[in-house]
Design a protein around this ligand. Structure first.
Ligand code: HEM
Length: 420
């Protein structure tokens, strides 16, 4: 177990982490993050876990060569296996949860489709999609045409856009989307560290397991279809790689598509909606973007810092690690509160202010090191086009209702954001 100058007392630390999970703080978890950060790194011997919430510490852990992502390496899981308890993992995981060499092999195969060059080629299509979605809003007589008539940024733009793009890239028929959107939402909730922090399974654990089985079954059928009739899509490209030699297995194709489909469903939507909300609360920023589309890049980066779509990530110490004054034992779990780190006053002036023009703008929101978000160029492009077009067409938009949040802790985001 970790040793060293862990600050804060155990009970206070544990209570704050449980408070962080409470749906009541979802609309504004930042005061809880501040209190957690003020306690310093936390060591929780009962769960074999260390929690970091400062920028420098999180940054160092993400880049550390002993940081692992394969949960099977945790001492808790290893102890369960030794006691004959079957670990939770039942199916092949996506490469987000793997370490080299498997991680490197699978990421390399997926990476081509997400390179900056491949993503730039999607720009005309993304523009057309955004145009269609916003035309539909206008046709309903909302926004500028009928000021005061509300539309929902989430359901009218921020959700359908990334979903259409990832389905297109993978080769998943968009017409099937209503079937798997529920599964994707349930699986996204599975990333919340409920079990790790409370020792209790979350309420819908069984439902999630069934959603996972359903999704893999659905993707398995699609793989069989594309094998018979290949197309110009990523599933067909992965099948070609599989048939080419021993580069990956069918289970790994399914796990990779599963990961990309969920990542494509549950993250960019939050970036777009969080950016719009931040600007609605700082209307000068909205007006500035409407007048100058070039501001989109700094607005996107500041949103990623100020209100990140992925609020935390986990690591396992693959070996003994020293971070600051803490010595972390091999097999300990490490929880990195990125949303807290991005507002660390030791790293940022006025950290709680949304200021796209701040000096030294940076963040950990796409992670660092070998697991740096594969979809970052795509997410940035989709957000840039969606935000600039929305501000250009609806320069006078204002919040029409209090935003509503999904219960998710890790992939925190809005369920509804109504503008008028
Ligand atoms: C604003 C939107 C997004 C955010 C904030 C985000 C954030 C992240 C973060 C924090 C990680 C690393 C997790 C870790 O280190 O444990 C990650 C990994 C990943 N992301 Fe994203 N993501 C976004 C959009 C996307 C999109 C659109 C895709 C693709 C469809 C995508 C695909 C992936 C993949 C495949 C990984 C795993 C990389 C690896 O393990 O090597 N992401 N993302």
């Amino acid at each position: 177990m970790a040793t060293g100058a862990a600050t804060g007392n155990q009970t206070a630390a544990q209570a704050l982490l449980v408070e962080m999970l409470d749906p009541a703080v979802r609309a504004d978890p930042y005061p809880v993050f501040t209190r957690i950060r003020e306690l310093g790194p936390m060591v929780l011997p009962e769960t074999g876990m260390v929690v970091f919430s400062g920028f420098a510490d999180c940054d160092e852990v993400l880049r550390h060569p002993s940081s692992c992502s394969d949960g099977m390496k945790s001492s808790v899981v290893q102890r369960q296996i030794a006691e004959g308890i079957t670990p939770q993992r039942t199916a092949t995981p996506g490469f987000l949860f793997l370490d080299p060499p498997d991680h490197t092999r699978l990421r390399t195969l997926a990476q081509q489709a997400f390179s900056p060059k491949a993503v730039r080629a999607l720009e005309p299509e993304i523009r057309a999609l955004v145009g269609e979605l916003l035309d539909a809003v206008a046709a309903r007589g909302t926004g500028e045409q009928t000021p005061g008539a509300p539309f929902d940024v989430v359901s009218d733009l921020a959700y359908p856009l990334p979903v259409a793009v990832i389905c297109r890239l993978l080769g998943v028929p968009l017409s099937d989307e209503p079937q798997f959107s529920r599964a994707a939402a349930l699986l996204a909730q599975g990333l919340d560290p409920i079990m790790t922090l409370t020792g209790q399974a979350s309420a819908n654990a069984d439902e999630r397991l069934r959603a996972d089985e359903w999704m893999r079954d659905y993707l398995g059928h699609l793989v069989a279809k594309r094998r018979a009739e290949p197309r110009e899509d990523m599933i067909s490209a992965l099948i070609a790689a599989e048939e080419d030699g021993d580069q990956l297995t069918v289970d790994e194709i399914i796990a990779t598509c599963d990961l990309l489909l969920i990542a494509g469903h549950e993250t960019t939507v939050n970036l777009i909606a969080n950016a719009v909300l931040a600007m609605m609360r700082a209307p000068a920023q909205w007006a500035a973007l409407a007048g100058d589309p070039d501001r989109a890049n700094v607005i996107i980066e500041e949103t990623l810092r100020y209100d990140p779509p992925v609020q935390l990530v986990m690591r396992i110490a693959g070996d003994e690690m020293v971070i600051g004054d803490l010595c972390i034992a091999k097999g300990d779990s490490i929880l990195l509160l990125i949303a807290a780190a991005n507002r660390d006053p030791d790293a940022f002036d006025r950290p709680d202010v949304f200021d796209p023009d701040r000096e030294g703008l940076r963040h950990l929101s796409f992670s660092k090191g070998p697991h740096f978000c594969l979809g970052a160029p795509l997410a940035r492009l989709e957000a840039r086009i969606a935000l600039t077009e929305l501000a250009r067409r609806f320069p006078h938009a204002r919040l029409a209702a209090e935003p509503v949040y999904k219960p998710n802790v890790t992939l925190r985001g809005l369920a509804s954001l109504r503008l008028g």
